[in-house]
Design a protein around this ligand. Structure first.
Ligand code: BJW
Ligand code: ZN
Length: 247
């Protein structure tokens, strides 16, 4: 694990407006699968084009709904980790913190964070594929593994209910995206935690902050190449690095 440079610690401590930008890696130590880790990532076992596109849902709704129900049920059994808690703690101590996540889980909220900008939606907020009406979960059969499961029907139009996440080829929620870009353009320090930074348009956020002069600090077990004087790569698991960075 890397040493934490004093300048990085200071940039966080003295931030006027801190942006925290998270990806799947922040939830990894809670036992949640990432997408692109070579052995344990979801995309190592499953084809995103068969599961995470509107076309996939239209082709085989039970396959897609069952896969998301399996993931939703896994999430019900896990807890926030020290990284989620450290981030929630920052919101108590710094003057202004904007938390932007690509994650569809609710672990930031369960750790105490409020006003989380969910760029890729929420697995807990399903809606009708046809009319968009929100759907209430009414309990579901426990699933030992991923298996096909017919999606519920909309109480209003009888359309199929879909997961409330953003699939490939779909627009991100406009309000959250606008607020995220505005915060990235305004902040003086940005923490980018546990993301591979390959999915657009979210991946532009740390770069935008860096170009505007903010200190950008990446936290990831993999080395992240940093090209600027005001950019740091802290190599290690978020649950270990964040408590060190923030003490
Ligand atoms: C740890 C750790 C530990 C491990 N501690 N770290 C420009 C160029 C090329 C393509 C495009 C482009 N613009 C748009 C596209 C297409 C596409 C895209 O970006 N594709 C690329 C992949 C090539 N983007 C889209 O389609 C987006 N929509 C769009 O652009 O719409 C345009 C439009 C406009 C107007 C109208 C209509 C359309 C939508 C993207 C949606 C992404 N959806 C997913 C699935 C969500 C649902 C679900 O959960 O199933 O979102 S894909 C998946 O990737 C998920 C994640 O949020 C997202 C990002 O992944 P993340 O979080 O970075 O995870 P990983 O696994 O990649 O990385 C984990 C990291 O953690 C690793 O680095 C590890 O090392 C690290 N780690 N343990 C800290 N303990
Ligand atoms: Zn409907």
């Amino acid at each position: 694990m890397t040493d934490i440079p004093a300048a990085a610690k200071q940039a966080v401590r003295q931030a006027r407006h801190l942006v925290v930008f998270t990806g799947a890696g922040v939830s990894a130590e809670s036992g949640v699968h990432t997408f692109r880790d070579a052995l344990t990532g979801l995309w190592a076992r499953f084809d995103p084009m068969q599961l995470a596109t509107p076309e996939a849902f239209l082709r085989d709704p039970a396959l897609v709904w069952g896969w998301y129900e399996w993931r939703r049920q896994l999430l019900l059994g896990v807890e926030p980790n020290p990284a989620h808690r450290a981030i929630a703690g920052l919101q108590q101590t710094l003057p202004r913190v904007t938390l932007i996540t690509q994650n569809v889980d609710d672990l930031h909220e369960r750790a105490g964070s409020r006003d989380v900008l969910h760029l890729h939606g929420s697995i807990f907020a399903p809606r009708c594929f046809d009319c968009g009406r929100p759907h209430e979960f009414a309990g579901a059969p426990a699933m030992a593994s991923e298996q096909a499961l017919e999606p519920p029907r909309c109480s209003s139009c009888n359309g199929r209910v879909r997961p409330g996440v953003v699939w490939f080829g779909e627009a991100l929620p406009e309000g959250a995206l606008d607020a995220a870009f505005a915060a990235a353009g305004d902040c003086d320090c940005l923490l980018s935690i546990g993301t591979s930074g390959v999915v657009q348009p979210a991946a532009m956020i740390p770069d935008l902050a860096a170009r505007r002069g903010a200190t950008v600090i990446h936290v990831n077990p993999e080395p992240i190449s940093v090209g600027r004087a005001n950019e740091y790569s802290l190599q290690g698991p978020a649950g270990q690095i964040l408590p060190l960075l923030l003490t």
